[in-house]
Design a protein around this ligand. Structure first.
Ligand SMILES: O=P(O)(O)OC[C@H]1O[C@H](OP(=O)(O)OP(=O)(O)O)[C@H](O)[C@@H]1O
Ligand SMILES: Nc1nc2[nH]cnc2c(=O)[nH]1
Length: 210
């Protein structure tokens, strides 16, 4: 049984805050793509920290990908599926796709576990942007970067482009052991979640590992 560790909204907020200067320095994103559902809250928090005086907010687009299915019963630990399901995607025919061409796009998710989801997202987005670029006869290069709150230190099933990793276009706020992370937006009872976080917090687990 995988052990569960808890993260609070407050900690998520601070992880986004701490990562923002590096993201601004290294990526200068002009657009975020949040992978739902877990990427939505981090992307929204991050937007506030990426906002530059005098510049508009960075737009957030959303895609929905699902790999994990809830097991029967009430236990929140989920079992990985084998196939990524698109529950929501960008409208390939519209301005949405053309909007990505030539941009620095930051893909945001909460956790990189087996990496299957990120592998799928990057490959599919690159493919679709390339199709749109050709269709429109444009030449600008689109670059994708990734931000996750937690990267699990484990063998990955999915892969990211080598040049993305080599060029520092992958940022995880923290790298954690292979445990199950309970996020506050999944909680039915947020007060109970916070008290569990005080006893079994991912932050404390990381401090022990240091
Ligand atoms: O690295 P991986 O093994 O691919 O796992 C990471 C993915 O799993 C979770 O999504 P999930 O499929 O549970 O959907 P949800 O975000 O809607 O809960 C999470 O939000 C990531 O997208
Ligand atoms: N909530 C949650 N979802 C995940 N999806 C893949 N790994 C995890 C995890 O540790 N926690």
């Amino acid at each position: 049984m995988v052990e569960k560790y808890y993260v609070t909204y407050n900690q998520v907020h601070k992880l986004c805050q701490e990562a923002a200067p590096k993201i601004l320095d290294e990526f200068k994103p002009s657009l975020m793509i949040a992978i739902g559902g877990g990427g939505y809250v981090p992307a929204r928090i991050l937007r506030s920290f990426l906002k530059q005086p005098g510049a508009p907010n960075i737009p957030i687009q959303a895609i929905g990908l699902s790999l994990y299915e809830q097991l029967s019963g009430s236990d929140p630990v989920e079992a990985p599926g084998t196939k990524v399901t698109r529950t929501q995607w960008l409208d390939l025919s519209s301005l949405e796709m053309a909007n990505l061409i030539g941009k620095h796009v930051l893909i945001v998710d909460e956790v990189d576990d087996t990496r299957t989801t990120l592998d799928y997202a990057v490959k599919e987005l690159e493919k679709d942007v390339e199709t749109a670029r050709k269709e429109q006869g444009r030449s600008e290069k689109t670059t994708f970067s990734i931000f996750v709150l937690h990267n699990k230190d484990k063998p990955k099933k999915g892969q990211l482009p080598a040049e993305m990793l080599e060029n520092g276009r992958y940022i995880a706020a923290v790298t954690v052991p292979d445990v199950w992370i309970c996020y506050p937006w999944e909680a039915q009872d947020i007060d109970e979640h916070d008290s569990l976080a005080a006893k079994k917090g991912i932050k404390e687990l990381l401090a022990e590992h240091r």
